[in-house]
Design a protein around this ligand. Structure first.
Ligand code: NAD
Length: 298
């Protein structure tokens, strides 16, 4: 892998974190978004993110200054990709927007550029054709708060070249990630393939009144040694996201238990503004949620 120039498309929740993390590790990064106003907002967010890097990673001011120097900005796609070895796409999770983006990108990018999507729910094979270079297209999936939850799921589609797979794995390691190679397409990658069944089962136990929230979490924590249970995790994910995912599943499956979960989440949490850690209230109250207290596991 001899990547130097990395372009990040989309400077939203994940894109600006990916750009900063990559610049922090010494790469020359171009941040691309649809307008200069949005890019200005991203610049503001980088300063806040720098504080988190100081607090969580003991980053020095010198390192942060070097990081900011490695960041360039443009709202012109051709300029954004003209020297790119790799472009990481973090545009909204919407099929139409992604397809439109790849159509334009396929014309604007030089032949050498590898394309990687950060999409959480769209399989790379769905987008591969529009890239015009399926062999140089791959999924590179990060988690929110990338500098702390530093995993990178690197997932091939059937047409990705083995060299591109290896290079993107090496790149992920070079920006401080734990790289997780995924050899075949899998909806939800590894993390969500493991997590979603756990979270759905917990919500169903609760909605069916099999047990209460604290007992369900306590069961998981004592039995597996995990630092939090499924409801603690649901608060971190955010109850709006949880509700939206569940509502889609309820509407499409018409499953009575999913409908029950959906209604309960809406009435008891969404309508009351209890949305998880971001609002300080969800299944637990924050800071100092009950599951972190000494006697919780007794
Ligand atoms: P977001 O809505 O916060 O940000 C999207 C950004 O893309 C915005 O800045 C928007 O202006 C920009 N944009 C819109 N159209 C564009 C275009 N045509 N070209 C370039 N930029 C464009 O979205 P997000 O939450 O950062 O998600 C981005 C991707 O990352 C999605 O595919 C999502 O599945 C994935 N992802 C998100 C999370 C998360 O926790 N938010 C976690 C992992 C992966």
């Amino acid at each position: 892998m001899n990547f130097k120039n990395i372009t990040v498309a989309g400077s939203g929740v994940l894109g600006y974190q990916i750009a900063f993390q990559t610049a922090f590790h010494g790469f020359n990064v171009t941040v691309y978004d649809i307008s200069d106003e949005i890019l200005e907002q991203a610049k503001g967010k980088f300063n806040v993110l720098g504080e988190a890097f100081k607090k969580d990673l003991n980053a020095t001011q010198k390192q942060l200054n070097a990081t900011l120097k490695n960041l360039n900005y443009t709202s012109d796609l051709t300029t954004a990709v003209k020297n790119a070895d790799l472009i990481i796409e973090a545009v909204p999770e919407n099929l139409k927007i992604k397809l439109g983006f790849y159509q334009k990108l396929s014309k604007a990018a030089p032949e050498k550029t590898i394309f990687a999507t950060n999409s959480s729910s769209l399989l790379p094979s769905t987008l591969a054709k529009k890239t015009g270079r399926p062999e140089k297209f791959i999924a590179l999936h990060f988690a929110n708060e990338i500098w702390k939850h530093n995993i990178a799921e690197v997932m091939k589609h059937a047409g990705t070249s083995p060299q591109v797979f290896d290079d993107v794995i090496d790149f992920a390691k070079a920006i401080g990630m734990v790289a997780l190679p995924i050899h075949k397409e899998q909806p939800g990658y590894i993390v969500n393939s493991l997590l979603m069944p756990l979270l759905s089962s917990a919500l169903e136990l609760w909605a069916n009144k099999i047990s209460d929230i604290k007992t369900i979490d306590k069961t998981w924590m004592v039995a597996t040694g995990a630092p939090m249970g499924p409801f603690g995790i649901l608060d971190v994910v955010g109850i709006t996201t949880v509700y939206n995912i569940n509502k889609i599943a309820a509407d499409s499956s018409k499953s009575p238990i999913k409908i029950k979960v959906s209604k309960k989440l809406k009435k008891e949490y969404i309508d009351k503004g209890k949305l998880g850690t971001t609002t300080g209230k969800g299944f637990y109250t924050y800071p100092d949620p009950a599951f972190e207290k000494k006697n919780f596991l007794k």
